[in-house]
Design a protein around this ligand. Structure first.
Ligand code: GRG
Length: 295
C-alpha cells in the first residue's frame, strides 16, 4: 500500500467511527430511520471528501477532533445525495457501493426520510461546539455547506442534469453542470480546513484553485469509469450516461482527449499547492488518485 492509500484508509476508519457515534442506534419508535441512515453511510465508499477535509485542516494546524466532525458532516451530505439520486424518481439504481441501494434494502419513503435526516444531521454536527469553538467559524462552515449543497450548488446541478434534455451539449454547459453537481461539495471539503484554520486570503485562494481543478478531474474520471469501468469494480451500474443520452466530458471530448484533459487538470491542481511544503504531499497524491481510481 502506498503512503496515500494508507492515509486514505486510516481517514476512512476514523470518519466511520465518528459516523457510527453520531448515528447511535436507540430503541425509539423512529429506530428504523436511524438504521436506514446507518445503512446509507456505513457501507464502504472511498471517503474522499472527508479525507480532503482532514488533510486541508491539517495544513492549517486545526485540531484533528474538530476536523473529524466537519469530515463526518460532509460525508453525510454526500451519502444523502447518493440515496436520493438512486431513487426511482431520479436515477433508479439498485446498486451502490456494491450493495442494494437504500430504497431497495428498506423502501422508498424510508430512503427519502433517511436522506432528509442525514442532510439535517450534517448541519447539526457543524453547529456543534465540538466542530469549532468560534461561533463565527461554525457559521461560515454552515453557510458554505448550504451554498455548496443547495439550489446553486449540488441540488441545482442535479436539477440541470435531470432536465437537460439536450440543452447541455457543449463543454461549457457540461463544465458548469458538473461544477455544481459534484465540484461544489469537493470545493467545500477542501475549503473547510482553511476556514477552520482562519487561513489568509492567498492561502485560501491556493486551496480553492486546487479544489476547482480536482473537482473537474474527479468528474472526468467518473465519466470515464461510466464507459470503461465495470459494475463489480465500481460497485454501481455503469454505462448509464450513454443509455440516457447524457452529454458528458467523455461524450463531447472522446475518451482520449478527456483523459489528457484530466491529467492537465491534475497537474494544475498540484501547481496550486506550490505555496505549501511537504505537508500538502497527501493532497498532491489525492489529485493523482482521483484519475487513477477504479471505483
Ligand atoms: C439527489 C440532491 C441530489 C443530488 C445528486 C452527487 C449527485 C447529485 C448524484 C450522484 C450521482 C453521481 C454518480 C455523480 C457523479 C459523481 C459522484 C458524486 C460519484 C460518487 O462519488 P464517489 O466516487 O463515491 O466519491 P463513494 O461511494 O466512494 O463515496
Amino acid at each position: 500500500m502506498s503512503d496515500f492509500e494508507t492515509a486514505l484508509s486510516e481517514a476512512a476508519a476514523r470518519v466511520e467511527a465518528e459516523l457510527d457515534t453520531l448515528l447511535a442506534v436507540d430503541a425509539a419508535p423512529e429506530a428504523r430511520l436511524i438504521e436506514a441512515m446507518r445503512y446509507a453511510v456505513l457501507n464502504g465508499g472511498k471517503r474522499l471528501r472527508p479525507f480532503l477535509v482532514l488533510q486541508s485542516a491539517d495544513l492549517f494546524g486545526v485540531d484533528p477532533m474538530a476536523s473529524l466532525s466537519a469530515a463526518a458532516a460532509i460525508e453525510m451530505v454526500h451519502c444523502y445525495s447518493l440515496v436520493h439520486d438512486d431513487l426511482p424518481a431520479m436515477d433508479d439504481d439498485s446498486l451502490r457501493r456494491g450493495k442494494p441501494t437504500v430504497h431497495i434494502a428498506f423502501d422508498e419513503a424510508t430512503a427519502i426520510l433517511a436522506g432528509d435526516a442525514l442532510l439535517t444531521l450534517a448541519f447539526e454536527t457543524l453547529a456543534d461546539e465540538r466542530t469549532h469553538r468560534a461561533p463565527s467559524v461554525r457559521a461560515e462552515l454552515m453557510l458554505r455547506l448550504a451554498r455548496a449543497a443547495g439550489a446553486h450548488g449540488m441540488v441545482g446541478g442535479q436539477m440541470i442534469d435531470l432536465t437537460a434534455d439536450g440543452a447541455v451539449s457543449d463543454i461549457g454547459g457540461v463544465t458548469r453542470l458538473q461544477r455544481l453537481k459534484t465540484g461544489a461539495l469537493i470545493e467545500f471539503a477542501c475549503m473547510a480546513g482553511p476556514v477552520m484554520g482562519s487561513a489568509s486570503t492567498p492561502l485560501r485562494e491556493a486551496v480553492r484553485g486546487y479544489a476547482h481543478d480536482l473537482g473537474l478531474a474527479f468528474q472526468i474520471a467518473d465519466d470515464l469509469l461510466d464507459i470503461e469501468g465495470d459494475a463489480a469494480e465500481t460497485g454501481k451500474a455503469v454505462g448509464k450516461d450513454a443509455d440516457q443520452g447524457k452529454a458528458t466530458f467523455v461524450s463531447i471530448l472522446g475518451p482520449e482527449r478527456a483523459r489528457s484533459q484530466a491529467k492537465i487538470l491534475v497537474d494544475q491542481a498540484v501547481e496550486h499547492l506550490a505555496v505549501f511544503d511537504h505537508k500538502a504531499d497527501l493532497l498532491r497524491e489525492a489529485a493523482q488518485f482521483v484519475i487513477a481510481r477504479r471505483n
